[in-house]
Design a protein. Structure first.
Length: 140
């Protein structure tokens, strides 16, 4: 059957499904012919200008994490302004805590004032350093 060889596996599946679902003449109890589909995969060798190398990756810190910057003093600023200032200076790993020890969350940062920071202001630290800002609600 040369027609079956010319059809793709998907076409055979569609044809078999269509014939099984279409109204047909009364059944003669003959089994449907078996269809075997063989899939073949091929791999293509990498081009001659392959970019992979057997050299180990560099373990040197990135330039961003190695850059040391003087930590600005943000004590006395509202928490939102302090975070904005630190990010403008290159510090993006920031944490804030309730300075009263009550464990309150700083939902609206503009309603909190920074009373302490770690590390201390003025130190030259990598921009990848975690900066923790301790804040109290305005008026406390």
């Amino acid at each position: 059957m040369h027609l079956a060889r010319a059809l793709t596996p998907a076409a055979l599946l569609i044809a078999a499904t269509a014939s099984a679902c279409s109204p047909a003449a009364p059944s003669t109890n003959t089994p449907a012919p078996a269809v075997t589909v063989t899939a073949t995969t091929t791999t293509t060798p990498p081009p001659s200008g392959d970019l992979t190398t057997d050299q180990p990756e560099s373990t040197a810190p990135s330039r961003r994490s190695a850059q040391r910057v003087r930590l600005p003093d943000v004590v006395g600023m509202n928490l939102q302004a302090a975070q904005d200032h630190l990010q403008a200076t290159g510090f993006y790993i920031l944490n804030d805590k309730d300075a009263t020890g009550q464990g309150r969350l700083q939902v609206l940062d503009r309603n909190w004032v920074v009373v302490r920071q770690t590390p201390a202001a003025g130190k030259r630290v990598p921009t990848s350093t975690l900066i923790t800002l301790y804040a109290k609600k305005l008026g406390e």
